[in-house]
Design a binder for this molecule. Sequence first.
Ligand code: DX5
Ligand code: ZN
Length: 213
Amino acid sequence: MNQILPSVFAADLMNLKEECDFLYEKGFKVLHVDMMDGNFVPHIAFGSAQIKSIKKQVKMKLDVHMMVSALEQKISSVLETGAEMISVHYESTPHVRYVIDQIKQHGRKAGVVINPGTDTSLLKPLLNTIDYILIMSINPGRPGQSFIEETIDRIREVKAMVGDRDIQIEVDGGIDEQIAIRCIEAGASMIVIGSYLFTDNKAHLKNLKRLEK
Ligand code: DX5
Ligand code: ZN
């Protein structure tokens, strides 16, 4: 089944609860939450304390995308938030397997994220331990960017590498309805959408929801 994941980074923060309740009522069951530390990426957004309070307030499951350095020091506070899905950047630590093991030991879904410039074959040693792979389709942490076209081929590569393992492919950044369709055709099943979903008074919601088959 395909899923559209609204990215909270693009929501109206002053009305976050209403936004999330509205999306839940419309059938969106997982919220993508960007954690940014101003170091691994230039912006700062959503630390563990904020994620914990979002988790208490919203009915949706949380998919936390950790764009942070020194992952090993931050993973336990993210686990404490109760988030059901946590993804970590391959590039952010030499100890990515160690962090993934911690996520799994806590019974959460573990994802590994790769930047647009990272070779997809580097994921091979992790295939037997992860639940999902997040392929960035923009450079992380910088809002308002356009979808990087090569992502479609990268989704195909990863899909072939995954084979019949139970691993979902997620894509994040610069995605609209037409691009989402192409990502799904290439093999992705979790599509993160920020600005396209929240702009124009959420006019695209209905069409996006139809992609979830
Ligand atoms: C960017 C974030 C994305 C972002 C997507 O670093 O990881 O989740 O919110 O937003 P759009 O869809 O607007 O590119
Ligand atoms: Zn993200």
